[in-house]
Design a protein around this ligand. Structure first.
Ligand SMILES: [Zn+2]
Ligand SMILES: [Zn+2]
Length: 197
C-alpha cells in the first residue's frame, strides 16, 4: 500500500493545493492514501468533512508541527494538540496521547533538526520530495551510523499538485484509518520510495 505521508494544502500559507484537486490527483498518480500535514493547523479536517466520497482513497489528517529544534510530522489525536509547544513538551504530549512524532526532513539545510533529539525518536522522514538530493543522502548516511532500529518514512512534502505521490511510504499491510496508520508506524513494516508517477 502506497501512502504519501507529507502533503500541504492551501490551509498552509505556502501551498497552492486545493483539497478537491488533491483527492483527484492522488487517485490519478496511483497512491492508495495521503496524509495532509499542514503547517501547525488541522483546518483541512472540516473541509474534508464536506466531501462525501473519497472513492476508496485513504485520507488522513496529521500536522507538521514547528519547533525551534526541528519540524515534526504528528499523527494520532491531532485535534487536541496544544499550539506552540517546544519540542520537549510536544514529545511528552505525543507519548501521553499514544500519537506518533516523526522528524520531518531532518537534514534540510534551511530547516535543520537537533541531532541529539533526533536520536531519541523512533521514526524519521528518510526521504523527502523537497529535499535536495544531498540532503536525503546526509540523512541516509546518518541513519547508517546512528539509526539502529530506527524506522523511515517517505513523503513528497507537496506544495503543488505535480509533487503529489512523487515520494511515498510503502506499507506491507493495508491502512484504512488513523488507528491502522499509528499501529503500522509503531509495529509494522514499511520503507520510503521515490517514484515517477
Ligand atoms: Zn510549507
Ligand atoms: Zn512540509
Amino acid at each position: 500500500m502506497l501512502i504519501d505521508m507529507h502533503i500541504h494544502t492551501d490551509f498552509s500559507p505556502c501551498s497552492i493545493i486545493k483539497i478537491p484537486q488533491l483527492l483527484k490527483r492522488a487517485q490519478k498518480v496511483g497512491v492508495d492514501g495521503i496524509c495532509i500535514t499542514d503547517h501547525n493547523t488541522i483546518a483541512s479536517k472540516s473541509a474534508l468533512g464536506k466531501i462525501a466520497d473519497n472513492k476508496g482513497l485513504c485520507v488522513i489528517v496529521g500536522i507538521e508541527y514547528t519547533t525551534s529544534k526541528g519540524d515534526f510530522l504528528i499523527f494520532g489525536s491531532v485535534e487536541h494538540i496544544p499550539a506552540k509547544m517546544d519540542a520537549k513538551d510536544l514529545l511528552k504530549w505525543v507519548q501521553k496521547e499514544g500519537s506518533i512524532a516523526i522528524a520531518a526532513h531532518p537534514f534540510r539545510k534551511d530547516r535543520p533538526f537537533d541531532t541529539g533529539l533526533l536520536q531519541s525518536l523512533k521514526i524519521i522522514e528518510g526521504l523527502n520530495g523537497r529535499n535536495k538530493p544531498h540532503e536525503n543522502e546526509l540523512c541516509k548516511n546518518w541513519l547508517q551510523k546512528h539509526g539502529g532500529g530506527m524506522k523511515e518514512i517517505g513523503g513528497s512534502d507537496a506544495h503543488t499538485l505535480e509533487e503529489v505521490g512523487q515520494v511515498v511510504t510503502v506499507f506491507k499491510k493495508n491502512i484504512y484509518n488513523i488507528d491502522d496508520l499509528v499501529r503500522e508506524l509503531l509495529y509494522g513494516n514499511y520503507s520510503p520510495l521515490k517514484r515517477n508517477p
